[in-house]
Ligand binder design. Structure first.
Ligand code: 5MM
Length: 331
């Protein structure tokens, strides 16, 4: 357990965050196609090499989350991804869920799958150098329909806890990601209520399976109104509401690394910076996907002469978020 605690502390080290580059083959392919790039395994590899080898990435990124396809690929010189990023001073991580699938009995809701054979897969990922893993549960808010339902909350919390316990048994730090989606026109208060309920169930299930909170990283959504809501909350409002929900987590939790959830890169950074003005027992950092990589993909769009432009776009976003996190006042 000692080493999970050490790795988790490195993942949320002061002034650093985590790059989420773990899009599944389907998601990555459609993002490449949208950017005008042919969706091939080789182009997915080129894109992940571009991201991972951006100049100075390790100054602001403690880790990168990959998907299974990428961990089986190599840098241009033949070095496997896990080894290559490790050599750059960055911890390699692996998404081990197999996706959020429609949950039988719960129309409109999902349960994340991937527990079958997980112990064996974790053993393999540890052998090839993965230091941490990630599992994402997804919840929708629909107040009219009473969503998220207790069934979705309980089913996903149980799966997250079983995943986390299996990771720690394999010496791999679990990133526990319960994501309440921004889809819809709900208020910031609705998001706070749903997220608090989701977190409570996750805490209960983690405790039942004796998961060591000092050896996990929590990856939650920020507390924010739905994408289609009429008014946009300010960074101070988002930070205050988010920290209030998070306060239910015990002090021993290693740290919190937020997802960006579809916010613009600039808004996600401003909200992250506002969080730092709150005194919390755990570090509050970033594990953004789209808010870090969208500008890089747009700048590169598959053109080999624009690799440096793509890398600069990524480095700029990572540096902005690392700077936001560094505004935290030491306790
Ligand atoms: C990178 O996107 C991840 C999920 O991809 P798939 O849906 O294809 O499996 C996702 O888990 C991501 O790590 C988090 O949701 C954070 O990403 P954002 O873009 O919300 O910061």
């Amino acid at each position: 357990m000692g080493s999970c605690r050490d790795i988790a502390a490195r993942m949320v080290a002061p002034g650093k965050g985590i790059l989420a580059a773990d899009e599944s083959i389907g998601t990555m392919s459609s993002r490449l196609e949208k950017a005008g790039v042919e969706a091939t395994a080789e182009n997915r590899r080129r894109y992940r090499v571009l991201l991972s080898s951006a100049q100075g990435l390790s100054d602001g990124a403690s880790g990168i989350i990959f998907c299974d396809e990428t961990l089986g690929q190599t840098f241009d010189d033949g070095t496997a991804f896990a080894e290559a990023v490790n050599n750059l001073g960055i911890l390699p991580g692996i998404k081990v869920d197999t996706g959020a699938k429609p949950c039988p009995g719960l129309p409109g809701e999902t349960v994340t799958e991937g527990l079958d054979g997980l112990a064996g897969r974790l053993e393999h990922y540890a052998e090839i150098g993965a230091a941490f893993a990630k599992w994402r549960a997804v919840y929708v808010i629909d107040a009219g329909e009473g969503l998220p339902s207790d069934g979705a909350i309980r089913s996903n919390a149980n799966a997250l806890a079983r995943y986390a316990a299996a990771c720690q048994a394999a010496g791999i730090v679990p990133i526990v990601e319960p994501e309440v989606l921004m889809d819809g026109s709900h208020s910031i208060q609705d998001c706070a209520a749903a997220t608090a309920k989701v977190h409570e169930a996750v805490r209960e299930e983690l405790a039942l399976l004796n998961v060591d909170l000092a050896g996990i990283v929590l990856k939650p959504n920020m507390i924010i109104e739905g994408k289609d809501a009429a008014d946009e909350s300010t960074p101070d409002q988002v930070a205050e509401a988010t920290v209030e929900v998070l306060r239910a987590w015990p002090d021993e939790l290693a740290g919190v690394a937020f997802l960006s959830g579809g916010q613009s890169p600039e808004r996600a950074t401003a909200n992250l910076e506002a969080m730092q003005r709150h005194d919390t027992p755990w570090p509050l950092t970033f594990s953004f996907g789209r808010a870090l990589v969208d500008p890089a993909l747009a700048a590169w769009h598959g053109d080999s002469s624009l690799v440096e432009a793509g890398q600069k776009a990524l480095s700029d976003r990572v540096a902005a978020n690392a700077a936001a996190v560094r505004t935290r006042q030491p306790a």
